[in-house]
Structure formats: C-alpha cells, structure tokens
Design a protein around this ligand. Structure first.
Ligand code: TA6
Length: 293
C-alpha cells in the first residue's frame, strides 16, 4: 500500500522498493525516511509528536522566517515561523507509480492560529509535496500570494536532521570557498577553506549559514564515503548545524544524551535575505535528499 493515513494524524508513504517515509500533519513534518531498512533522519527520543511543540528532528519546515526576525512583519513571529507548528491539510496523492509515491499537504491563512494571522497578515498559500523514490526523498514547496492581496517577503528552509553514525567521522563537501555567517561567532562572516586547504569537519558546535554556494549539491561523507546528498533547486543557501555536547542541556526535547553525535543538520533554504512575492505570484523550491549507502 503506497500510502496509508494512520490514526495518529500522520501518513506513511511506501515505495515498491521498500523505502518509506512518515509525515505528521503537524508541521507537515517528515519524521522518518527509511532506505534499505535504514533510518536516514535523526529524531530526538524526546521529540514532541503530539502537536505541542515543533518536532526536534526529521524535516521541520521553516516559513516565513528563518531564525528570529528583529524587525519587519515577521518580528512578531516565533523563531523559524509558524509552518512547523501548524496542522496542515492532507491534500492527497499526487503520484503513485513504480518510480515515485508523492503526497501533498496544504497550509493557508485559514489553517494558522489567529495570533499568527494578526502577526503576519498576508494571504499566503503553501502546497508542500513529499515525494519518495527508491533512494531519494524530494521536498517541494510552492508558495502562492493571492491576486487581491499585498506583496510579502519570506524566507524558506527545510530543516533536515540527517542521521549519521558518528559526527566526528563526518565531512561536508560542496561548500568550499563559500562565505558563511558563523552564528557561534555572533554572525561574523568568514570564508570556507578550499578543499586543498582544509576539510569541513565537525569538531565542535557548528551553526553556519553558507550564502549562495554555486555548487547546488552538498554531500555528507562518513569516514571518507559519501552517505547522503542534499541537492537544491531554486534554494540559494545552506545551513550547517550541530549543537554538540550541550544539546540536551540547551534543548529540553533533545535526547538521548549523546544524540548530537548521530546527527548533522544540512538545511537547504533561501534565508540569507528576504524574497518578495508579489500579489498574484507564486514561487517554488525543492530539495532532493539522496541516500548513497
Ligand atoms: O538551523 C540552525 C538553527 O537556526 C540553530 O541556530 C538552532 O537554533 C536550530 O536552528 C534549532 O532551532 P529550534 O528553534 O528548532 O530550537
């Protein structure tokens, strides 16, 4: 059965090859993606899955703001916006064949809480497609602005928690020589070294926004072998985050104690600047996660 609506407000997609994905209607959050029987996403064992808090793990959706805005219409919104903490509508199956199984979810003004509507009073519409292939998971977001509305500015990001065996064995490729804002140094702008100079290893807390890498594929390697690729389509930037050993102290829903060793967030988005969506227009961007091992 390629698609199953579960009784816990989630849907499960199953590909003929055996790969699967599970999506909560809360936040339209992918909380599991299995390929060849192996889970490819990290999900905290204390993640709230009951709609009381954004899910700690999987692929939370960040819209209309990344991080916490200090000015402008999004300043009243919580960190990372309301998409990940709203209950989405299941729109139904989009594709169902031997190659892919795809399901769509929708979120509009009518779906978000009245407080968020007041804080961010725009007539937006989101159509989110989760497409499962044999060894790929494609996340596509279409953002619409009503024709009789006002222009609005947005940021968008797929906050993917990728599972790894041990983050100390991880190297990230595809960001060489790219400028990044280092959140651990107050947003200081630095430049990633060239591959010939230094690898992007994870040896302490990392929280970097790489601005518009020309390479559209970011590759995660473990012990020198590529294990997963994050491919961007119409998404300009990449965020790399690992909270390191203080994760459980800093986040009450982060567990187990050493869970930070088994995850790396490689987040595809357009977040380094604001993107204007004029009334009557729409915008579409996608990421393709490809499991390599
Ligand atoms: O994407 C990285 C980041 O912005 C980090 O700075 C950290 O705040 C992380 O997101 C998690 O944010 P959350 O609001 O889910 O705790």
């Amino acid at each position: 059965m390629p698609f199953n609506q579960n009784n816990d407000n989630s849907v499960t997609l199953t590909h003929p090859s055996g790969s699967s994905a599970k999506v909560l209607l809360y936040g339209a959050t992918v909380i599991s993606w299995e390929v060849e029987g192996k889970e490819r996403l990290f999900l905290s064992s204390k993640a709230k899955l009951d709609g009381t808090k954004a899910v700690r793990g999987g692929i939370p959706l960040v819209f209309p703001v990344f991080g916490k805005a200090t000015e402008g219409p999004a300043a009243a919104l919580p960190q990372h916006g309301f998409a990940r903490t709203s209950t989405w509508e299941l729109l139904g199956i989009k594709n169902d064949n031997d190659d892919v199984v795809a399901v769509q979810f929708g979120l509009g003004v009518e779906n978000i809480d009245p407080e968020a509507q007041k804080q961010w009073p725009y007539k937006f519409g989101l159509i989110y497609t989760v497409e499962l292939g044999k060894d790929t998971l494609t996340n596509t977001m279409e953002i619409r602005n009503d024709a009789d509305a006002e222009d609005f500015d947005f940021q968008i990001l797929f906050h993917s928690y990728l599972a790894v065996g041990d983050v100390s064995d991880v190297e990230v490729k595809g960001l060489e020589k790219v400028d990044y804002r280092d959140k651990t140094q107050g947003g200081k702008v630095l430049t990633q070294a060239a591959e010939s100079e230094a690898r992007l290893d994870i040896t302490s807390e990392i929280d970097r926004l790489y601005v518009a890498p020309s390479e559209t594929t970011t590759t995660v390697l473990e012990k020198g072998k590529a294990v997963v690729e994050v491919q961007r389509q119409n998404l300009k930037d990449v965020v790399v985050w690992n909270p390191w050993e203080k994760a459980p102290q800093n986040m009450g829903d982060f567990a187990p104690e050493d869970g930070w060793k088994r995850m790396i967030c490689v987040e595809a988005g357009s977040v380094a600047e604001w993107h204007k969506l004029r009334k009557g227009d729409s915008w579409t961007g996608s990421q393709v996660l490809k499991a390599l091992l």
